[in-house]
Design a protein around this ligand. Sequence first.
Ligand SMILES: Nc1ncnc2c1ncn2[C@@H]1O[C@H](COP(=O)(O)OP(=O)(O)O)[C@@H](O)[C@H]1O
Ligand SMILES: CSC[C@H]1O[C@H](OP(=O)(O)O)[C@H](O)[C@@H]1O
Length: 391
Amino acid sequence: MNMSSYESLTTGSAVSLVKKLGLFAESETLSSREIGDGNLNYVFHIKGKEKSVIVKQALPYAKVVGESWPLTLERADIENRALRLQGKFAPDYTPKVYYSDKDLAITIMEDLSHLEIARTGFINGEDYPLIAQHTGEFIARTLYSTSDFAMGPQEKKKLQNTFCNPELCDITEGLVFTDPFFDAETNDFEEGLRPDAEKLWQDSNLKLHTAQLKRLFLTSGDALLHGDLHTGSIFASETETKIIDPEFAFYGPFGFDIAHFTANLFMNALSREDSRREPLYAHIVTVWDVFNREFTRLWKENNTEAFAKTEGYLEWLLADIFEQAAGFMGLEMIRRTIGLAHVKDLDGIEDEAARLQAKQRSLAIGARFVKERHQFTSADQLVSAFQEGLQ
Ligand SMILES: Nc1ncnc2c1ncn2[C@@H]1O[C@H](COP(=O)(O)OP(=O)(O)O)[C@@H](O)[C@H]1O
Ligand SMILES: CSC[C@H]1O[C@H](OP(=O)(O)O)[C@H](O)[C@@H]1O
């Protein structure tokens, strides 16, 4: 990467760029707005008379913290290459990439503004009937297709080498797998939650299980993960689903992405009245059904592994993925409650007592998922455990 040619875009220079690239005519009048609401990057929405595009640019630091937290620009290249691969394996669920520039750390992609960020929609009471079906297919296809089973170990290792992503993994290793379990400076929670946080910090059994899951994250290289598949990374409508923002992509454990999706559904459920939780429970069951079915279909259709037909191997693997995912799910719930990066589903609960109760439940249910992950064998059991946590 040539740092000397990097400059951060403005609404004006983003317009000049898309015209220079020939995406719009020089003479066309374009509107340009910075719409990024994520933690890390600039996102410009550029609109002409008949079409529009998104220009996403990485900053040399984490936007949420500022220049005191320098962060590699390489993440834009990772995101661009991950989007292109995901577009190959799951085209229906991935935005089209029109252009990318490694030095400027930009990706120009399809404008998905006709859809809504699923987290926002869920908070506003939307249910998105197809989101679990689509997300389950996306996860199964992108993971299976980049695994040893589909690619063979040689080709897979070559691809794996190009998705090392140490700095973004370091963020996850710190913010998800470490800091929430200690009295760390990055943690962020209201004083009312302190006794619950301290209880977690003193729970050596929880720490042991977290250490085991962290090791899995550090050492497993099953497949190319999205790496940050929460409901804020999903655009949705009644009929469409698109997964954005794979800058945390790297080779990691099979269970990670599905765990983050389901954890974020559970956290939205915590913010809803009981009578409105059912569609989210159904999504959790569906995403697992679809993932298992699609993974199995791909396994049978294309498998380079000599043991592929060995009785019990696929069933053992799916059970193992489920068990690890139950643990990762619990960790995501805990970190989104007391760690640095929260979710609007919980933070946005206006009534203080209700907000505190929802967060206490998130911590307790999350801790149970982590510690008892070996005991869960189906999504229905996860939903039942969640419901017990509401009593
Ligand atoms: N392809 C797109 N089409 C329309 N809006 C987008 C697109 N990509 C991102 N956005 C908007 O920008 C916001 C931040 O994008 P995201 O990729 O999540 O950034 P970050 O990496 O900073 O989290 C999204 O929540 C969405 O509102
Ligand atoms: C300092 S990055 C914190 C947090 O932000 C990322 O999420 P987002 O998609 O909202 O940018 C990721 O989950 C990181 O853990």
